[in-house]
Design a protein around this ligand. Structure first.
Ligand code: APR
Length: 233
């Protein structure tokens, strides 16, 4: 599975941060921190209930101060430092645990909690504090800052860069994601199409498990360091 690999794409989801103490999106009760995803993660929700949506992401942002990267984030950061070939870590997560572990070849396809986005001019700015509705954009001076989160129905970030990396990949690894949300859930098919090997690391088989050549089941904090040791020989 991991012989003769040069170019790698790693896709991560909420499962990689679960052992750091951050709730996954689709828990046993189907709720994300007590909310239906569509009540806090759609443009309609933001338009109708801005207070609720902003408060929800304020709470998630504040929670980041209480959590730390775990062994899985650390292992991917170590791979990033040591790997000579191409590597792209594509995370669906809006937390900052990959970068706090030291990963650099990383992109956040679903946005970031510690960023605010102007709904008018599109400028994004680093944001560590609570973000009340009507906060003013430093770029265009309109009261249009919103959480920099890609809501359902919006286009994820950097799809061209992800697609290019997938097309060059020899190995595609999916870590801690349920495979319920497209386009990320379809990356495995692109990778297969170009002849990359495909590996899933997850606690339970994901919705698209059968697309992967190999699936390893267990906690990310164990499986990811094991894989990185294999890759680095
Ligand atoms: N180690 C590995 N996998 C784990 C662990 C763990 N310790 N704990 C949970 N998991 C797995 C679960 O089995 C599940 O398959 O992580 C997956 C988490 O799935 P989701 O909660 O659906 O999260 P994710 O796939 O990242 O969601 C995708 O959906 O709501 C949107 O935009 C949001 O980015 C998010 C997207």
């Amino acid at each position: 599975m991991i012989k003769d690999i040069r170019n790698i794409v790693m896709l991560t989801g909420a499962g990689i941060s679960a052992e750091s103490g951050l709730a996954t999106f689709r828990g046993p009760d189907g709720l994300w921190e007590g909310h239906r995803v569509e009540d806090v993660c759609t443009p309609e929700a933001l338009a109708r209930h801005a207070e609720l949506v902003h408060r929800f992401y304020d709470e998630r942002r504040a929670k980041l101060a209480e959590v730390h990267p775990n062994a899985a984030h650390e292992a991917l950061a170590a791979l990033d430092r040591a790997w000579d070939g191409d590597l792209l870590i594509v995370t669906q997560n809006v937390d900052d645990l990959h970068e706090r572990a030291g990963a650099r070849r990383l992109l956040h396809m679903h946005g970031e909690l510690r960023s605010a986005l102007c709904a008018d001019c599109g400028k994004a700015v680093a944001w560590a504090d609570p973000l009340p509705p009507q906060s003013v954009c430093g770029g265009c001076a309109r009261p249009s800052l919103r959480p920099d989160i890609v809501f359902f129905g919006e286009m994820p970030y950097e799809m061209d860069r992800i697609d290019a990396a997938l097309r060059d990949a020899d190995l595609f690894v999916s870590i801690g994601t349920s495979g319920a949300v497209y386009p990320a859930a379809g990356f495995v098919q692109t990778a297969r199409h170009v002849g990359a090997r495909t590996l899933e690391l997850n606690l339970d088989p994901s919705a698209g498990s059968f697309y992967f050549e190999e699936s390893r089941m267990g906690p990310a904090s164990k499986l990811v360091p094991e894989l990185v040791r294999e890759l680095l020989g």
